[in-house]
Design a binder for this molecule. Structure first.
Ligand code: 4NP
Length: 151
């Protein structure tokens, strides 16, 4: 059955576009009925392309983020998507604040199944380039897990 998945972080310019594109790449050669999008809980970067450092780190792994544009997560997303994956617990709490009762989306931490600190994707925005590599590593691990669960 066709599934829709939304990846959510704070700004929608580092972690969630990376998660979206890694997930899409992981399913791309499998011809699976899955549609992905990403969003931020904050409005700071609406309409912007992903962070240059995220684009560069992903490109080295043949993952292309350049065409993605940031948007803010909205209540309707809970009716539209089957799964909403938060990158950290702040994102999860902010999403719970706009989650309507009875909507279909399952709201989960993307790194719930990954053995890392607190099951959270570390925010690389104020850090060095290695933070962006860690995000990519974690996105690959979580994507491999969720594809088996969801599809
Ligand atoms: P993201 O990273 O949530 O992974 O997109 C951030 C992007 C921007 C900001 C913080 C985190 N900011 O404060 O502008």
């Amino acid at each position: 059955m066709h599934k829709k998945i939304l990846f959510v972080c704070l700004g929608n310019i580092c972690r969630s576009p990376t998660a979206q594109a890694v997930f899409e790449k992981t399913i791309s050669d499998k011809n699976l009925p899955v549609e992905c999008d990403s969003a931020g809980t904050a409005a700071y970067h609406i309409g912007k392309a992903p962070d240059k450092r995220s684009i560069a780190a992903a490109k080295k792994r043949s993952v292309d983020l350049s065409s993605l544009r940031a948007r803010q997560a909205i209540t309707d997303d809970f009716y539209e998507f089957d799964y909403i994956f938060a990158m950290d617990k702040h994102n999860l709490a902010d999403l719970k604040d706009i989650q309507p009762e009875g909507a279909k989306a399952q709201l989960l931490l993307f790194l719930e199944p990954v053995n890392c600190k607190q099951n959270e994707m570390p925010d690389p925005y104020y850090g060095e380039q290695d933070g962006f590599e860690i995000v990519l590593d974690l996105c690959h691990q979580a994507s491999d897990y969720w594809i088996k669960q969801i599809v």
